[in-house]
Design a protein around this ligand. Structure first.
Ligand code: UT7
Length: 383
């Protein structure tokens, strides 16, 4: 018994932006970007919203529109979806949640919907939370069958969607980050089955980001609060444990102390990253998560047929393959045309793996990711 993946889809915005396009306005080149990251193009949502992208990916996973992968090849009844989790760091709104917006647009009358933020490892966390809720519901169902009381919502099917418009969070003057990210969505439909193993094991881990190696601050405007001293009218700033709610002079002093660039970026709520530190974390986090999940599932890594990693940098994937002692060919690498799409990335790459036919029924498949937080995780499932 377990949560089985029965549908998968992805969606991309129309606008393709090449490395050469970026080189027109930042000091970079196709050669630098491609050799350092494996990225050639990325998609940028000009017209599309996070809701548009998430909806399209979900419709494909539900078999409502062409282009997705569906286990039984049938269109799923919207009333049968009990849960919708959306992983995103770039929702269209703070309230309603991105998941609530998707639920309404998709017309899922019975789904409970909420968002989950685990940055780029979001889809691993989302799949684990969704499958845990389906599993608890199945146990509850058994209790009810034995004459006991229901203690939670009955859930059999869960939509897990990653949808990102990351390029809204990118500082287009910072060549160290703006060349890396792209927009897109991926979706998976999980179904609880009494006679299928589905997800075999999971592993999640958070490591404190004490050096702020990967942050995207939030800017809270207090200027309309009538009792705010004039000094705080400029707003309130918070970033990774640092909370600034201070007169302009203090902020100016902090700016001088901390370095202008970081504080400027904090005020603008852009992605700020120390690339090399994240690279180092990524390779060890992916190795640890992949090994741990195989151990938990009692499946040797050598038996895994396909590894779908977070698509942050092709070099990170190659390093991870080397550290794990497995062939690079085992990895689904989709980064060249889409860049890093954060919480959507693993699900989009999984959709590519299904579309190319490299995942066959019963194959053990490993999903592994890492991200800001610092989050890391892996899921091992039987296809
Ligand atoms: O989803 C999780 C988030 N992110 C990641 O996983 C990213 C992890 N890190 C990385 O992928 C890599 O560290 C980067 C791709 C971000 C950077 O590659 P790197 O090999 O670590 O380069 P670097 O930061 O050490 O920079 C090397 C040089 C520097 O110039 P100097 O100081 O040697 O003169 C940079 O200023 O490359 C320069 N540089 C660029 N040059 C051309 C940085 N970005 C660019 C650029 N084009 N876009």
């Amino acid at each position: 018994m377990g949560s089985r993946i029965i549908g998968c889809g992805k969606a991309l915005p129309q606008r393709v932006v090449s490395n050469d396009d970026l080189a027109e306005f930042v000091d970079t080149s196709d050669e630098w970007i491609y050799t350092r990251t494996g990225i050639k193009n990325r998609r940028i949502a000009i017209e599309e919203t996070t809701t548009d992208l998430g909806c399209e990916a979900a419709e494909k996973a539900l078999g409502r529109i062409e282009g997705g992968w569906c286990l039984d090849g049938e269109t799923i009844d919207p009333a049968s979806i009990d849960l919708l989790i959306c992983m995103t760091i770039s929702p269209d709104m703070v309230v309603p949640s991105q998941a609530a917006l998707l639920k309404a647009r998709l017309g899922l009358p019975n789904a409970v919907a909420f968002d989950l933020n685990a940055a780029c490892a979001g889809c691993i966390y989302g799949l684990d939370v969704a499958s845990s809720m389906l599993e608890l519901s199945a146990f509850d169902g058994r209790r009810v069958a034995d004459g006991g009381r229901r203690t939670r919502n009955a859930m059999k099917r869960a939509l897990v969607v990653g949808s990102e418009r990351l390029t809204r969070l990118v500082d287009w003057t910072d060549r160290g980050t703006c060349v890396l990210f792209g927009d897109g969505a991926g979706a998976v439909l999980l179904e609880w089955r009494d006679d299928d193993p589905g997800i075999l094991a999971s592993f999640l881990k958070n490591t404190d980001d004490v050096d702020d190696v990967l942050v995207t601050p939030n800017f809270f405007d207090m200027s309309t609060f009538p009792f705010a001293p004039a000094a705080t009218a400029r707003g309130e700033l918070s970033c990774a444990g640092m909370r600034i709610d201070a007169p302009d002079e203090t902020v100016a002093a902090l700016r001088a102390q901390q370095g202008g660039e970081v504080l400027e970026a904090m005020e603008s709520a852009f992605i700020i990253m120390q690339g090399q530190a994240v690279f180092k974390f990524a390779t060890s986090a992916m190795t640890e998560a992949a090994q741990a999940v195989c151990e938990r599932a009692d499946v040797p890594l050598s038996a895994v047929k396909c590894i779908v990693p977070h698509q942050a940098n092709e070099r990170i994937i190659r390093y991870a393959a080397k550290k794990l002692g497995v062939s690079e060919d085992l990895f689904q690498v989709s980064i060249a045309e889409v860049g890093n799409t954060s919480a959507s990335s693993v699900l989009m790459a999984l959709a590519d793996a299904y579309a190319s036919g490299r995942i066959e029924e019963d194959d053990p498949v490993l999903l592994v990711g890492f991200g800001g937080g610092l989050t890391a995780g892996a899921i091992l499932f039987q296809a």
